[in-house]
Design a protein around this ligand. Sequence first.
Ligand code: PMP
Length: 421
Amino acid sequence: MAKVPVGTNLDGWLDAYADRTGQLSVSEVRALFAVVSRPEVVSLAGGMPYVKALPQELLVKSFNMMMRDRGNLAMQYSGGQGDETLRDQIRELMALEGIRSSVEDITLTTGSQHGLELVAGLFLNAGDVVLAEGPSYVGALGIFKHYQAEISHIHTDDDGISPEALSTRIASLRRAGKKIKFLYLVPNFANPSGVTLSKARRAKVLEICRQNHILVLEDNPYGLLYFDKPTPNALRSLDEDGVIYFGSFSKILVPGFRVGYVLAPPAIRQKLVLAQESAILCPSAFSQMMISEYLANSDWQAQISTFRSVYKERRDAALAAMKQHLPKLSTTKPGGGFYLWVKLPEGIDSKAMLPVAVKNLVAYTPGTAFYGDGTGQDFLRICYSYPTPEDIRVGISRLASVINLQTELLDTFATTTNRGK
Ligand code: PMP
């Protein structure tokens, strides 16, 4: 193939794209996948579930039963709201987190990512504000930015988003004439911080949003993956009108089926189904029926317990390795889920350090991916769900060499600069 000179514009349609596509940028997480899939690199980057912990025979059994009993329906187009049997089973799943729901109010989507995209499309105009934790899930930020929303991060600590900071920010945005549409939250074992919103704060946050007529988007793919104790009840269980709840089978089963669900108040649900039909006609009946069969004919709660123990062992390995190799760095201590959020020593930029780390055969996700405003350089995310405990230990010791070297270089630079003064 002929070599194309660097900087050549290969896209003859640049003048034709919609304005909002200016917001489309390569996700820092996805951009990493190509590099870190090399076998010699320990990837603590992409948030991939450990699907090998799910015995494949279970799915083969589900497939056979589904094809025998409902094969023709599974291979056909279906309704825009999704399979009713699965929606009914999802009610049971959500009841584990205190949610009472009806089959009519649940809509199945192509992963919860698609649910977020549909809801964003229903509500966001360019210039609207979305409030979010700081840091917040990169995939959701990408959707909000695509709809040209402004993202306003609210101070978040070990108990989740701060209600006081939320109130203050809402007031100042309103004074500036801004229109706030959502508060987007991952309340359990958040991506990327691993933090869980405390029970006391849940009620306060809801109260603030209710008073200010702001919809809460509760995104909860990790809630059932707790290590020691269950999470507080879902925000949706406390407010049926002001919360749209997003769930997913990606982390408690497998992401390959691409099945998520949205529980929305009736009026919003009607619009959501119309938006779904207009975008994709219907979500995959095949995937939904596989999952439905799996839930009906296997001990899915025991399988979730297996996932919990796999991830707990990996979380322990990650925290122990951090303590051994990077004892001075502070990290969150997640009670479930996939992620550790690490604060770097002053002066180290996680994005700039990444190529050095990959050269040293370890990858992570830079903190900047999780802020819509370009901050977060002094943090990085470690995902411990996919590598084995041994690989986690090796990866973190490699990461420590990279961070320690950077710290030494910064110290040497500071000393020589001071001497020069
Ligand atoms: N929300 C959060 C917080 C996530 O971490 C992810 C996946 N990493 C998603 C939504 C999307 O999940 P899916 O589309 O696979 O259901």
